[in-house]
Design a protein around this ligand. Structure first.
Ligand code: KIV
Length: 272
């Protein structure tokens, strides 16, 4: 017998934990601006992540490392103005929480106060537990992020699948339990084997949201610009493209240019 899915007027961190308990999958997408956030929220998404992937997608950097706290606050406050229902989680950028827990708390407070975001996300496990605890003591909800953590790309060397070996897989599982014990309300698991991701999801009571982590987790996240095909150089196996906007936009821009050059635009009806 199928159980009716609970409808939420407003998504909170508690709703997500409840959704996991009820076997209701969580859908999360990234957004960095007002217009995109408004469309995604109105579509019924559960969570918008103002990811530090803005560093790549919006600013054209090769990695997520250069984006600043001020820039994340700018993106997050734009997103907040566009939403009515979903939960908005904001990435703490590289260098704003790893040094010491006081810095971490200051950064998280700035995000909450200046952007109006609902929660923060930090990359890492036990090594940042002090920072996570201190942020949580201020009443700021924290989402964890394990597996491939792009802020550590220069340590990993590549963006390939993480935790394929037993030792790293065991450490990841322990880290997930540590994040749960510390009080994180959810965690992202990026690019790890599906079997391991499923084991992690079954071992913790908080929702595990995967990207390249298979179907055995409690929810999925994708970078919006990738799933709608605005970016087109990136073809990881886990990515499902729902649109080819690169192609469609290019055609629209070419048509506009041609219409202007040929004096077809504007026509009689398109002027005052
Ligand atoms: O910054 C980001 O977009 C992310 C997702 C890939 C999970 O952290």
């Amino acid at each position: 017998m199928s159980v009716a899915k609970k409808q939420y007027k407003r998504i909170t961190t508690k709703s997500l934990v409840e959704m996991k308990a009820n076997g209701q999958k969580i859908a999360m997408l990234t957004a960095y601006d007002y217009t995109m956030a408004k469309i995604i929220d109105a579509s019924g998404i559960d969570v918008i992540l103002v990811g530090d992937s803005a560093s790549n997608v919006m600013a054209g950097h090769e990695t997520t490392l250069p984006i600043t706290l001020d820039q994340m606050i700018y993106h997050a406050s734009s997103v907040i103005r566009g939403i009515e229902r979903c939960l908005v989680v904001v990435d703490l950028p590289f260098g704003t929480y790893q040094g010491n827990s006081k810095n971490a708390l200051d950064s998280a407070i700035r995000i909450m106060k200046e952007s109006g975001g609902h929660a923060v996300k930090l990359e890492g496990g036990r090594e940042i537990s002090e920072s996570i605890s201190r942020i949580l003591t201020a009443g700021i909800p924290v989402m964890g992020h394990l597996g491939l953590t792009p802020q550590s790309i220069y340590k990993f060397g590549t963006y390939t699948v993480r935790a394929k070996e037993e030792e790293e897989a065991d450490k990841l599982l322990e880290d997930a339990k540590i994040l749960e014990e510390l009080g994180c309300f959810a965690l992202v698991l990026e690019k790890v084997p599906a079997k391991l991701a499923e084991k992690v999801a079954q071992s913790v009571s908080i929702p595990v949201i995967g990207i390249g982590a298979g179907s055995g987790v409690d929810g999925q996240v994708l970078v919006t610009h990738d799933m709608i095909g605005m970016t087109h150089e990136f073809h990881p196996r886990f990515l499902r493209r729902y649109l080819d906007l690169y192609e469609e936009m290019t055609n629209a821009f070419k048509q506009y240019i041609a219409d202007v050059k040929s004096k077809d635009f504007p026509n009689e009806k398109e002027q005052y």
